[in-house]
Design a protein around this ligand. Structure first.
Ligand code: 13P
Length: 267
């Protein structure tokens, strides 16, 4: 697969060669539609462990909306921050069942995931819509975590970079760098136990970095690019030390404090 990835532009390559990856990693947990009040014990465990031994990474947990308030009260004063999993483009209005970025911020959230492939697939979200959500998050003082990634069919057809870079371009259009985080999550790697090769992850992250720099030179260097898709305690260290991998977006393995802590320690 790696051999099929085209090279990024010469300008971007020279920037990449000159830059050093000095960003503090971000390890973010996406609980998806999982977690009742009992699950807050997992957050309590993380807080206690981090108090004993601080982490070398920023840590974010995105529980379901119903737990944000309570989770935020538990992590206050700790190294963990709380985020949402989606937000509406509007600040308020007649949108039954939706949550605005302002509401998330009011509940104590500091970030929000936008454009997750499950939202793109299940709710028909386009990259233009994702850009609107990212802008709404930014305006409300939240850090948007913008997800991009190809499906298995797109990968098999050899269109990985074309898809990923076009989602990137359209999704970041309304927020200035470095006020967002990118999460590269190949759809076929989510919840499957499958991951791309380390070389493929490195190639795609470096192409994303090149595109960010082409878009906004200096600030583009400071955007964190996370990898997501079957990140587990046993593969986290190898993935997190790749160039231009500035952290991870973790699904299943973020639900248990013991697993999530091992990934945090791998960073
Ligand atoms: P898994 O880690 O369960 O594969 O999920 C990844 C993901 O979708 C995070 O947003």
């Amino acid at each position: 697969m790696s051999a099929r990835l085209p090279h990024v532009g010469q300008l971007a390559i020279s920037h990449i060669l000159n830059m050093r990856d000095t960003m503090r990693p971000l390890i973010a947990g996406n609980w998806k539609m999982n977690g009742l009040g009992d699950s807050l014990h997992e957050i309590e465990r993380l807080v206690a462990e981090l108090l004993e031994q601080p982490a070398a990474a920023d840590i974010l947990i995105c529980p379901p909306f119903t737990l944000i308030d309570r989770a935020e009260a538990l992590v206050r004063g700790s190294a963990i921050q709380i985020g949402g999993q989606d937000c509406h483009v509007d600040a308020s209005g007649a949108h039954t069942g939706d949550i605005s970025a302002a509401m998330l911020a009011d509940s104590g959230a500091k970030a929000v995931i936008v454009g997750h492939s499950e939202r793109r697939a299940n709710h028909g979200e386009t990259s233009a819509r994702v850009a609107g959500k990212a802008k709404a998050a930014h305006v409300s003082g939240l850090m948007p975590i913008i997800c991009i990634g190809e499906t298995e069919a797109e990968r098999n057809a050899g269109h990985v970079l074309e898809i990923v870079l076009s989602q990137l371009r359209d999704s970041i259009a309304l927020v200035p760098a470095p006020n967002y985080v990118i999460a590269y999550e190949p759809v076929w790697a989510i919840g499957t136990g499958k991951t791309p090769t380390l070389q493929d992850i490195a190639d795609i992250h470096s192409a994303i970095r090149g595109a960010l720099i082409d878009h906004e030179a200096e600030p583009g260097k400071q955007v964190r690019i996370l990898y997501g898709g079957s990140v587990k305690p046993d593969n986290a260290a190898a993935i997190l030390c790749l160039p231009h991998v500035n952290g991870a977006l973790v699904g299943g393995a973020s639900l248990k404090a013991t697993d999530f802590m091992k990934i945090i320690r791998a960073a």
